[in-house]
Design a protein around this ligand. Structure first.
Ligand code: ATP
Length: 684
């Protein structure tokens, strides 16, 4: 037996490996099995070029567990190693020197691990001792056993081993006994080794015999050596992709589409990505993509490798060019990763465009499920926006779909306003905004349905992108004003009539939560609605956005909801109210108005006199009179208000019109609704 020192110039290397390099101890199994796979594939390659002339035979890699001895053994029938090779590849560590390693390690431990062959040494994270029992494939090679107990000392001796290949025996240490467990090993194999290219067997398959579970002589193979993404797309059917999806996500609904990636220049990348049906709760849909490196599972957290919106996709990516075991910040700055990321974005867009072009019907049918993903992409990725603008759809309230270009043509004639802007009318709820949608349609307008999770953001985004176009919610104004044109009707009401009607209507609006109403007048047609409720586009959007961002104390979120109660000044019913007010209160109002105007006149005089004087020069009497005049003015105004309010509360017409307006906006609730029902019954 020989003894030696592992080529590390410092004693610290093992504690470092143990403690810091891999936060996840469980990856030791992945590392050792990958080495076994590499060794097996090397031998296959040698056989194919004629350098190995023997029989390859059964190449299965076997993992076995000895619960009594507390060992895990990984055995392969690959190239094996000679004593010299152990010296070179194991003893000298697989990197040029520990000093260099430690230098770099100080900077960023995670950034370098993938660049140095430390795979084998990860076994010391869980073992107090590791044996390598190996025999090279070369004829007459001498088998050797190497042992090391986790210090820098090892032993190596010649032994007898019939077969070529390597057994790695891990003597699991006390802290890691949880790995000495059949179920745990099965779990790890399933997680990391499920798609490795060489068969991996863990024990034997079992069957039930005479009420007992017994082992058969068939290997329990845990992996699939030719997973779908490694096969040629031409050889695969739709059903194969679906089956693979079900295998990856047994609980999920079938996906919408898939993309088979196969790139070999300027980097290597294969994989299959799926578009899942994305529900509104997007957070739980994220991070389902599994990342592999030559069929070895690495992670299911692809953040930083693919753009944010693509993390909504499901599936598998496999690339030997993505640096593994490295920190996120390192990944994000890696140029290969950047290239891969933009390549995937392009492929995804290409695939969607291809489906859109070749089968628009299916694309439209699936639009509702795709929309969230596409809008998310368009909002967050400039390049994706540019590509997706060709096939992203706008859907109207009748369920018809249009591309951006097509839609422009649809609305060009009717919905261009006086400043040459295209007005995109939209609704966020077909039922709630029904009356408004109907009114718009009657006017020959088209109304889009924008009821998706991202739509309020998306609308803002489109407005920035579209030249001369803006979005207006269908209930944000009276139909005449949605698309402002030059010619406007004239308002028949005089300023005085308007003032009276403002009090009449505002005094009768019931309290609806914290909502605030402002009475405004519009010159609409005689056949249009007499009274309606609208909400200013800007205000509503601000509130919606702050709700979406969830910023509790945000300025707009705190504002009360503010609506307009729009009175159609040209409607006969409104004229009738105005006339009744004049008939019934005309005389009294005239007297009050007369008093107010003479008081106002006096007030102006007093103020003019005061204007050029300093505060102390104004005679006390004048100051007192001014105060008195102010008081009287508000008294008169109060009287006027009481008169109008009294009239209004006795007028069934006023409250009925307000109720109807609230009703069309779904705002008649609680007490107000109750009163409305009672009044309606009275009318019957
Ligand atoms: N099962 C094995 N059969 C034959 N040779 C092996 C086996 N395991 C390891 N080796 C040899 O030891 C070397 C070092 O292995 P190690 O896992 O430390 O690094 P690596 O495989 O080169 O890199 P990494 O695992 O970090 O990707 C390998 O390159 C290989 O030559």
């Amino acid at each position: 037996m020989q003894k030696g020192n592992i080529g590390v110039s410092t004693e610290n290397i093992f504690p470092i490996i143990k403690k810091y390099l891999y936060s996840d101890h469980e990856i030791f199994l992945r590392e050792l099995i990958s080495n076994a796979v590499d060794a097996s594939q090397k031998l296959k390659t040698l056989a194919s070029v004629g350098e190995f002339k023997g029989e390859l035979g059964d190449m299965t890699i076997r993992v076995s567990l000895d619960e009594k001895k507390k060992t895990i053994t990984i055995s392969d029938r690959g190239v094996g190693m000679t004593a010299e090779e152990i010296e070179k590849y194991i003893n000298q560590l697989a990197f040029s020197g520990a000093n260099e390693f430690l230098e770099k390690y100080k900077k960023d431990a995670h950034a370098i691990i993938g660049h140095f062959g430390l795979g084998f040494y990860s076994s010391f994270m869980v073992s107090k001792k590791v044996d390598i029992i190996t025999r090279s494939f070369r004829e007459d090679a001498q088998a050797v056993k190497w042992s090391c107990d986790g210090n820098t000392e090892y032993t190596i001796e010649e032994i007898k081993k019939e077969d070529r290949g390597t057994d790695i025996v891990l003597h699991i240490d006390d802290e890691n006994q949880s790995f000495v467990d059949k179920n745990e090993i099965s779990r790890l194999l399933k997680k990391y080794c499920r798609f490795l290219p060489v068969e991996i067997a863990f024990g034997k398959e079992t069957e039930w015999k005479d009420g007992k579970e017994v082992e058969t002589d068939k290997d329990n193979v845990v992996n699939e050596v030719n997973p779908l993404w490694t096969q040629k797309p031409a050889d695969l059917k739709d059903e194969d992709y679906k089956n693979f999806y079900r295998e990856l996500y047994p609980m999920a609904e079938d996906p919408l589409f898939n993309i088979h990636l196969n790139v070999d220049y300027p980097f290597n990348l294969t994989g299959v990505l799926y578009f899942p049906k994305i529900k509104n709760n997007i957070e739980i849909q994220k991070n389902k993509i599994q990342l592999y490196c030559n069929q070895v599972y690495v992670t299911d957290s692809v953040e930083g490798i693919v753009p944010e919106f693509l993390t909504l996709l499901h599936g598998v990516l496999d690339s030997p060019d993505i640096p593994l075991n490295v920190s996120r910040s390192y990944l994000q700055s890696d140029s290969n990763v950047k290239k891969i990321s933009s390549h995937i974005t392009k492929k995804v867009a290409d695939r969607l465009e291809e489906i859109f072009k070749s089968d628009r019907k299916t694309f439209e049918e699936k639009w509702d499920d795709l929309k969230l993903f596409i809008e998310y992409g368009m909002l967050t990725d400039e390049k994706f926006y540019d590509r997706a603008a060709k096939f992203a759809l706008l859907k109207n309230t009748e369920g018809k779909c249009f591309t951006f270009e097509e839609y422009k043509d649809i609305i060009k004639t009717n919905q261009t306003d006086k400043d040459d802007n295209l007005v995109y009318l939209y609704s966020t709820n077909k039922d709630d905004q029904f009356t408004f949608i109907e009114a718009a349609k009657n006017k020959g307008y088209d109304v889009l349905l924008m009821d998706g999770h991202f739509d309020s953001h998306f609308i803002n985004h489109l407005e920035q992108k579209f030249e001369k176009g803006r979005f207006v919610r269908v209930d944000s104004d009276v139909v005449e004003k949605l698309v402002p044109k030059e010619e406007q009707n004239e308002l028949k009401l005089t300023p005085e009539q308007r003032e009276n009607l403002t009090t009449v209507f505002s005094s009768q609006i019931p309290q609806v939560g914290k909502t605030h109403f402002l009475v405004t007048f519009e010159a609409l047609g005689e056949n249009d609605t007499p009274v309606m409720i609208t909400q200013q586009e800007f205000m509503r959007r601000m509130k919606e956005m702050s709700a979406l961002q969830g910023g509790g104390g945000m300025f707009y979120g705190e504002m009360p909801d503010s609506y307009n109660l729009v009175v159609n000044g040209n409607h006969p019913l409104v004229s009738r109210i105005s006339e009744t007010v004049e008939n019934e209160l005309g005389g009294k109002l005239k007297t009050i108005n007369g008093r107010i105007s003479s008081l106002d006149a006096r007030k102006s005089e007093l103020e003019a006199a005061k204007k050029d004087k300093k505060e102390e020069e104004v005679p006390q009497a004048e100051k007192e009179e001014l105060e008195d005049v102010d008081k009287k003015i508000s008294e008169q105004k109060g009287k006027k208000e009481t008169l109008l309010t009294d009239y209004a509360s006795g007028s069934k017409l006023v409250s009925q019109l307000i109720d109807l307006a609230l009703l069309s906006n779904n705002m008649l609730k609680g007490e107000a609704l109750n009163k409305f029902v009672k009044r309606s019954i009275d009318l019957i």
